[in-house]
Design a protein around this ligand. Structure first.
Ligand code: FMN
Length: 586
């Protein structure tokens, strides 16, 4: 995969209309350089700061119950969610949906500093701007007291706004290929929220945030014993029609939403309908939706008009619209999940409940704003964190571990790791190849003089190589826009994506997916850091090409898309922390 030689490199001003050239051009154009950042306003227009909370006026809001940690459904041990069949399967009820959204997209705290108060959420977001909006498509489900339809999640109210009423039989028809009690979860992005601060580079950040939200949703589903898979065979018009983002009147004069993706979720204890077992291979599940059924749904009753998020928009960044168009997924692919088995989950199989509950780890997740420059982690912990980001591509899809069972593509992201303070490991530069089959491709694409040394003591299933010895602290901070968080940690890393070859082979629509995969990976690291008693921070600001030069990356074969850092945090004690829903009287 992706072994073909890079074709002539498009440059930032090349006029090619080929979508792959266009997304590559956007990527080059939005790089940060030592002497020049990607284009943005260069200042923050506070008067027009976007509202982080979208609401649809006229859409009925169903408040979800605000559950205490010890109310049902109680979350299992954090460790248990990574073991298949480790969690008892919960039925789809309003309580379970409430937990799902609490762990996926809800507020997790309010912070107060002086007169300013801002909300944090279970999912992180670049600049805490939260461009990502969440939706569910619910069919008639026994035990779930909600009418079939499309609902928008309102995080400030922890409620579901009914955007559309869908006829019971038509939703049932749409979801017929999936296990019983399946429903859909969708994400869209308000690009403006990130563009307000970050200008042209914002499309990248919106897609990182989609990846984080996919990761937080997958983990949330896992705490309930639910499966979740990205329906990435669906074309984007279908996603738009189902999420209602194409409805011009509902968004007239306000910031549009870009339809990103749809996932199917189901309780893993669901047994497939007996009739279908006779003729169908139960090991195949389609990862697309029937566009004609979706079209029928899109013509039913809709409710609500989206709110305006900013009074005025100083600058409109055309580059974002252009890359969004170029990466629009026009084809509906007959992608199917092989190796699919509908497991009858036996609650008695639930594994040990040792260690902190998943809910605790999810609620306490935060980004470190600075690190102490002292805390180290053990090599065993370091290896465990890296094992959690391994998708195990050699396994059938649904046997991949959480959250990688969500991802229907071969992995494209590998890690270049700056080890600063890991006990038993020499400080220096390391590379984790997340798909062993790609090792030759990676080795060919980097500086040929690098010596790849296997680490003694490293678990066999971890393709981690040691490349360079030395103190990488200064270099890590320097390439991360001079942010000390990349140096004062135990380790920091850059996520290297298989780039031009993969895009030319798969299509421009894969460009956002590279960021989604990086975001899911970042979400795993955030949670793993909390579980290890340390803390993580995503780093979207880095100088692109100086990172590539450190490894001697050839051309556009690989590109670093996202950085991350983990270490001992230093709390900012000037901030007050308030409970997430203290503003509601429920
Ligand atoms: C894609 C992405 C990029 C980020 N980039 C940076 C960064 O460059 N520097 C930084 O200090 N924090 C960065 N963050 C952390 C955010 O500022 C943080 O997630 C946000 O303020 C919300 O806080 P929380 O993560 O504690 O909920 C990034 C987060 C994400 C998801």
């Amino acid at each position: 995969m992706g072994t073909e030689k890079p074709s002539s490199l498009p440059t930032a001003d090349s006029a090619s209309t080929d979508p792959v050239d266009q997304v590559i051009r956007y990527h080059i154009q939005t790089k940060h350089h030592f002497n020049r950042y990607a284009r943005s306003m260069g200042f923050l227009d506070w008067a027009n700061q976007p509202d982080p909370f979208r609401r649809f006026a006229g859409a009925e809001l169903t408040p979800l119950p605000l559950l205490k940690p010890d109310e049902e459904p109680i979350s299992p041990a954090y460790e248990a969610i990574y073991h298949s069949e480790g969690v008892a399967c919960q039925p789809v009820t309003v309580q379970a949906l409430s937990r799902f959204f609490e762990f996926a997209l809800a507020l997790s705290a309010w912070k107060k500093g002086g007169e300013t108060e801002w909300a944090l959420r279970s999912n992180p977001s670049s600049g805490n701007l939260h461009p990502t909006e969440g939706y569910v498509v619910l069919p008639q489900i026994d035990g779930l007291d909600m009418r079939p339809g499309l609902y928008h999640y309102a995080p400030r109210e922890h409620g579901l706004e009914r955007r559309a009423a869908f006829p019971t039989e038509v939703v049932a028809q749409l979801l017929a290929p999936f296990p019983s009690r399946a429903f859909l979860f969708g994400l869209s992005s308000v690009h403006w929220r990130e563009a307000w601060k970050y200008g042209e580079r914002a499309f990248r950040y919106c897609n990182h945030d989609v990846g984080h939200a996919l990761g937080s949703a997958r983990v949330a589903a896992a705490t309930l014993g639910w499966k979740m898979v990205l329906l990435d065979g669906a074309d984007q018009n279908t996603v738009a029609m189902l999420l209602g983002t194409h409805r011009v009147d509902d968004f007239a004069g306000v910031e549009p939403e870009h339809p990103d993706c749809l996932c199917v979720l189901w309780p893993s204890g669901s047994v497939k309908r007996e009739a279908s077992l006779v003729n169908r291979d139960e090991r195949e599940m389609p990862l697309f939706l029937d566009p004609s059924v979706v079209k029928g749904l899109a013509e039913t009753s809709w409710y609500g008009k989206a709110n305006k998020l900013s009074g005025e928009h100083g600058v409109h960044w055309d580059a974002i619209d252009q890359v969004a168009d170029a990466s629009w997924k026009v084809s509906s692919d007959l992608l199917a999940l092989s190796g699919f088995r509908s497991l009858a989950n036996d609650a008695s199989q639930a594994t040990s409940d040792a260690g902190p509950p998943a809910g605790q780890i999810i609620r306490q997740r935060r980004s470190a704003v600075s690190f102490d420059g002292r805390t180290s982690i053990s090599s065993a912990r370091f290896f465990q964190m890296l094992q959690r980001v391994m998708p195990r591509p050699e396994r059938p899809q649904l046997e991949r571990p959480v959250p990688w069972d969500l991802w229907p593509h071969a992995p494209a992201i590998h890690l270049m790791i700056f080890v600063h303070r890991v006990e038993g490991l020499t400080p220096g530069l390391y590379v984790l190849v997340r798909d062993r089959a790609k090792l030759p491709l990676i080795q060919q694409s980097l500086n040929p003089e690098l010596v790849w040394t296997q680490l003694p003591g490293c678990p066999e299933d971890l393709p981690l190589s040691w490349l360079l010895e030395g103190d990488a602290k200064r270099a890590a901070a320097q390439v991360s826009c001079h942010q000390e968080i990349a140096a004062d940690s135990a380790f920091s890393l850059g996520m290297l994506a298989e780039f031009e070859g993969r895009l030319r082979q798969t299509g421009a629509w894969f460009y956002p997916r590279l960021f989604w995969e990086a975001g899911v990976l970042g979400q795993v690291l955030y949670l793993e850091a909390e579980a290890a008693g340390v803390r993580g921070t995503g780093i979207g600001c880095f100088f692109d090409d100086p990172v590539h030069e450190m490894l001697g990356v050839q051309g556009l074969s690989f590109q670093s898309l996202y950085h991350f850092t983990i270490g001992g945090p230093v709390e900012d004690r000037r901030m007050m922390t308030l409970p997430p829903y203290h503003h509601l009287n429920r």
